[in-house]
Design a protein around this ligand. Structure first.
Ligand code: SF4
Length: 281
């Protein structure tokens, strides 16, 4: 199997693939491929998407020794593999309190206008009251972008069906920066974490570096604000280091811009330099 290199252009001919350019040595492949956008059976750089998602779920469960739940669930589709990993690690049963109306329904973030997005999101998940009523539920989700759809069309359905507790576990850290390269996230305004920071600070902050540190007080305040906004019992995001470990590539080979902005690139470069220094010393 051949993986297309960074910057490499491959022409698919009847006789087979032909490289038109040489790939570069350095790469920053999108980490979001494994968390959300990639197809479960896909393999990037030799690493399968579904298995990374299971490892993400496992690492979320490892940090959750302080909660007691009755079941683990995932928001279909990409949240499911994260939830299966969580269930395997925690020993709690994986169940489906929310089922998809029809498999293969379009991704709700794709349509450009909010009305169509809301319409799709409203129809997409059907609650199973007999499974939900009176239960303490962990909900694994790939990520929280705006949070409004998750709240209105997923979590509220659990509450309405009688859930006792709802614990949300996103498989990646809070999204802080819109993607510069694709359409996964489009603007700062739509990010739940930025809304939280604006509410806490009373203004748009240019320097948000303290909010990027998962051990800082500001980070915890931001997460608490999002949890209140989502109306959930607890909210705990994946940590950057745990996500990178779950993917299994060296950090400097990943694009982490969504979560760390330019800091992600700088850290990557520093680590790559240290790598090189280590290799030559
Ligand atoms: S900014 Fe985010 S979505 Fe865009 S390539 Fe980087 S990791 Fe992927």
């Amino acid at each position: 199997m051949k993986f297309v290199g960074p910057g490499e252009v491959v022409l698919l001919k009847e006789s087979g693939p032909v490289s038109q350019t040489q790939g570069r040595d350095t790469m920053h492949i999108c980490a979001f491929l494994w968390i959300y956008t990639g197809f479960p059976a896909s393999v990037y750089e030799g690493i399968n998407v579904e298995t990374v998602r299971e490892r993400c779920g496992r690492s979320l469960a490892k940090r959750d020794k302080d909660i007691e739940v009755d079941m683990v669930s995932g928001v279909p589709d990409s949240g499911v593999a994260h939830a299966i990993g969580y269930a395997m690690e925690s020993g709690k049963p994986y169940r489906r309190p929310l089922v998809k109306y029809t498999p293969g329904y379009g991704r709700s973030y794709t349509p450009p206008d909010q009305t169509t997005r809301d319409h799709i999101a409203r129809m997409k998940l059907i609650p199973v009251r007999e499974i939900i009523n009176g239960q303490r539920i962990v909900v694994c989700e790939d990520s929280i972008v705006r949070g409004t759809q998750l709240k209105n069309f997923t979590l509220n359905k659990l509450w309405d069906a009688g859930a006792r507790e709802v614990h949300v576990r996103p498989a990646c850290p809070p999204l802080m920066f819109p993607c510069k390269y694709c359409l996964s996230t489009r603007s700062i305004d739509e990010l739940a974490a930025r809304r939280a920071i604006r509410a806490l600070e009373g203004e748009d902050k240019k320097d948000i570096s303290t909010y990027l540190d998962a051990d800082s007080t500001q980070y915890q305040k931001m997460v608490d604000w999002i949890a209140r906004d989502l109306n959930v019992t607890t909210l705990r995001f994946q940590r950057v280091a745990d996500m990178v470990k779950a993917i299994g590539l060296p950090r400097e080979k990943l694009c982490l811009h969504c979560w760390l902005g330019e800091q992600g690139h700088t850290e990557g470069k520093e680590e790559a330099q240290q790598h090189e220094l280590g290799a030559t010393s």
